[in-house]
Design a protein around this ligand. Sequence first.
Ligand SMILES: [Fe+2]
Length: 273
Amino acid sequence: MLSKILVDSYKVWFDNYINQFRGRYPDLIENIDIKADHCKKVCSEIVALAQNMNLSDEEVLLAETIGLFHDIGRFRQYVKYQTFSDSKSQNHAELGVEVLKENNVLKDLSVENQEIIFNSILNHSTAKIPSEKNERIIFFSKLIRDADKLDIWRLITEYYMVKEQKSVDSTGGENKTLELELPDNDQISEAVLESLLNKQIVLKESMKTLNDFKLLQIGWIFDLNFDYSIKRLYEKKYLNKIFETLPNNNRINKIRDIVNNYFQEHIKILTYK
Ligand SMILES: [Fe+2]
C-alpha cells in the first residue's frame, strides 16, 4: 500500500542519491541542482493536477512518486556525458528505470504500482505515448507529461529571462547544457515551422538551433492532455515569455496567432463548463 510515510521515505532516498552526485561532482553542481529542483517542482505540479481530477489519496501519492522519480536518470546521464541531450548520450527515462531497479527503491510497492511508475517514467519523454492496453499506465503517463512540461516551461522561461538580462549587462549567463548545446543564431528550421503551422508537436530530430528548441517548447501546448494544464499554462504566461525571446517576424507572428487561438478555444470551453 502506497502511504504518505512511504513517499516521504522516497524523498529522503532522493535527497541522499542527489547528495552523492553533489559531493562527487562539485563542478557539475549547478545543473544537478537545477534538475533536482525540477523534480521537486514537478511533484507539486502533478499533485495539484491529480487533486484537481479528484483522484483517491493513494492515486495522488502514486502520481507524486512518478513526479519525484521521472527524471532520476538525468543525474547519471549528466555526470557521465555532461549533456541533457538523449540523442548525444542515452535515453534518460530508461536510465531512470535502471537506477530505481538497481537500488530496489520501489520494493515495498505492489507489482501493479511498480509497473505504472516504471512505464510512466518511460513514457514521459517520448514524442507520443506508445500504444498501451493498461489504461492506468496511459492515465498516469498523461499526468506526468503535463506536469513535466509545466515545470520545464517555468524553468526555461526563468532561464531565458536571466540570460537576456545578463547579455544586456554583458555578464554572460549562458547555460549551454540547458540549451542542449544548440547554436543560438537567427535560424529557424522549415520543418519546425511547418509542424507548428499544422498545430502539431515538433519532433526533436528536426531541431537544429536554439530558436527551433524554443519553438518545440511552444508546440508542447498541442500535446497537453488536460484542460487544467492549458489553463495553468495560460495563467502563467510562459509561452508569451518564450515568444518575447524569438525574432519578431511574420512567420513567428503567425505561430503566435495560432497559439493564441488555441488558448482562446480552450479557455472558452473552460469558462462555460
Ligand atoms: Fe525528463
